[in-house]
Each structure stands twice: as structure tokens, then as C-alpha cells.
Ligand binder design. Structure first.
Ligand code: GLP
Length: 263
């Protein structure tokens, strides 16, 4: 696992955006061989999305031949709701870049048959040749996408019940009322993320300190689903100083040392 420690959120966001740009450009994607990108929502990726929009406008990267698959979506929230992940992605990324509509995939939390929707999503990822780079955030309880503590580490896309912790954490987007946060969501599984060729996790802020510690120093456990990244061949965490409060000084120094000659 690579752990990149950046001084602050802005630098973390720029690092992540530059990494994505370099990966897309290196792949030189075409209509026949698109680049497949897994994308998150939440506050963590907002800075990276801003930097990607800017780079797209400057002509430094194109999304014309990029297929995207989002991680998750609430169940039962209308797509047009300002807090739906459909709205979030349109507002923060898709309305501002040259990614064709037909290349964008987001789970439909209003599908009549939610099980079939999830199976179809997995199939579409397979048909696309798998995800080249899956980007994610982490919840304060170490969840990735909506794979809450206790989720199977081999899980695939399915419906999950959100924990009270997550509903409380996300209530800041729902007028501070946890009961207004949808109770369930459709989410890619931990196994779905792990099947990506590469995984890049963004982790910022003091309130992610325990999750970062569990991800890097803890055992692999379903109680901190992000910890499974330790088993991925190409896992990267990019974090800021504020998130590093719970890792040991030795761990901090080690990753700083080995990364100092890298970009
Ligand atoms: C939600 C999302 C996750 C995200 C997490 C952290 O629960 N389903 O994908 O990583 O929140 O959100 P934030 O980045 O706002 O801290």
C-alpha cells in the first residue's frame, strides 16, 4: 500500500486529480478501449473534482473515452433530490466535463427490482472490462462506499442498511435530521472495489483519524471495511496531516520517507 501524506486538503485534492489525469492520459483511451473509472461522492472528493473540471477546461485531460461507475446511491430518494448522488455528481463533476451521458453509470435507487439493478450493475462493470481505477472516500467508521462495519469483505453490489452512525454523519446534508437520511442504499461491494485494477482512497480531516489508523495499522477486519485495502496489490491512500493524528510516529515517518522521492 502507498500512503501519500499531503499538508492540507487542497494539496491532497490536487495530488489525487493529477494522479487521475496521469492515469487517463497514459491509457490513451479510445471508444473501443475506454478508461474505466470508479467514482465516489461525499465531501472528500469535492476538491479533486474541482481540479479535474479545471484540467478538463484547460484541455489537460478529456473524459470523452472514460466510462464512469459511481459507488453508491440512496434508496428511495428521487434522482432530482439535491442530496441524491445523481444530483451530487451532476453538480460537482458531470455538468462541467466532456464525459458523454451514455458513459456515466450510477445505481438507480428507485428501480422496481433493486436486486436485479445491482446484478445488472455488476454485469455492466464486467462488460466494461473491470474498473481501471476506483476512487473512494472513507466514513469515520472506516466504511468504503456504503459497506458498513460488518459487511462481508467479498461482497458485491447490493442493498445495505445504513448504520445510525452514518445517518448521523450524513444528516448534515439533510437539515441535521438523521431520520431524514434514507435508511438504505445501493452500494458496490467491498469485493467490487477490490476487483478494480487500482484503488485510490481520499482521507482528510481530524474526524477520519481513527479510520485511517485502522486502514493502515489495524488488522484486516470486516469491522473497518477499508482495512481490506491492505490486501490489494495496488492500493493508495492520499491523506492530509489532520487525518494522521492516530497513526504512530513510526508509521508516519516511514511513509513520508518512502514517498519523498516520488511525485
Ligand atoms: C458516505 C459515502 C461514502 C463516503 C463517506 C464519507 O457515507 N457513501 O462513499 O466515503 O460518506 O463522506 P465524506 O467524504 O463526506 O466524509
Amino acid at each position: 500500500m502507498r500512503v501519500i501524506i499531503e499538508p492540507d486538503y487542497e494539496k491532497l485534492s490536487n495530488w489525487a486529480a493529477e494522479y487521475v489525469i496521469s492515469k487517463i492520459n497514459a491509457a490513451n483511451p479510445t471508444a473501443e478501449k475506454p478508461f474505466v473509472l470508479g467514482l465516489p461522492t461525499g465531501s472528500s472528493p469535492i476538491g479533486m473534482y474541482k481540479a479535474l473540471v479545471k484540467a478538463n477546461k484547460e484541455g489537460r485531460v478529456s473524459f470523452k473515452h472514460v466510462l464512469t461507475f459511481n459507488m453508491d446511491e440512496y434508496v428511495g430518494l428521487p434522482e432530482s433530490h439535491p442530496e441524491s448522488y445523481h444530483s451530487f455528481m451532476a453538480t460537482n463533476l458531470f455538468n462541467h466535463i466532456d464525459c458523454p451521458k451514455e458513459n456515466i453509470h450510477i445505481l438507480n435507487g428507485n428501480a422496481e427490482d433493486l436486486t436485479a439493478e445491482c446484478a445488472h450493475y455488476e454485469q455492466m462493470i464486467k462488460d466494461a472490462g473491470g474498473i481501471d481505477l476506483f476512487i473512494g472516500g472513507i466514513g469515520p467508521d472506516g466504511h468504503i462506499a456504503f459497506n458498513e462495519p460488518g459487511s462481508s469483505l467479498t461482497s458485491r453490489t447490493r442493498q445495505k442498511t445504513l448504520t445510525t452512525d452514518t445517518r448521523v454523519a450524513n444528516s448534515r446534508f439533510f437539515g441535521g435530521k438523521p431520520e431524514d437520511v434514507p435508511a438504505t442504499a445501493l452500494t458496490v461491494g467491498v469485493g467490487t472495489v477490490m476487483s478494480a485494477k487500482e484503488v485510490l482512497i481520499l482521507c482528510n480531516g481530524h474526524n477520519k483519524g481513527r479510520a485511517l489508523q485502522a486502514a493502515i495499522e489495524g488488522p484486516v477486519t470486516q469491522m473497518w471495511t477499508i482495512s481490506v485495502l491492505q490486501m490489494h496489490e495496488h492500493g493508495i491512500i492520499v491523506c492530509d496531516e489532520a487525518a494522521c493524528e492516530n497513526i504512530t510516529h513510526g508509521t508516519y515517518k516511514y511513509f513520508k520517507d518512502i514517498e519523498k522521492d516520488n511525485l
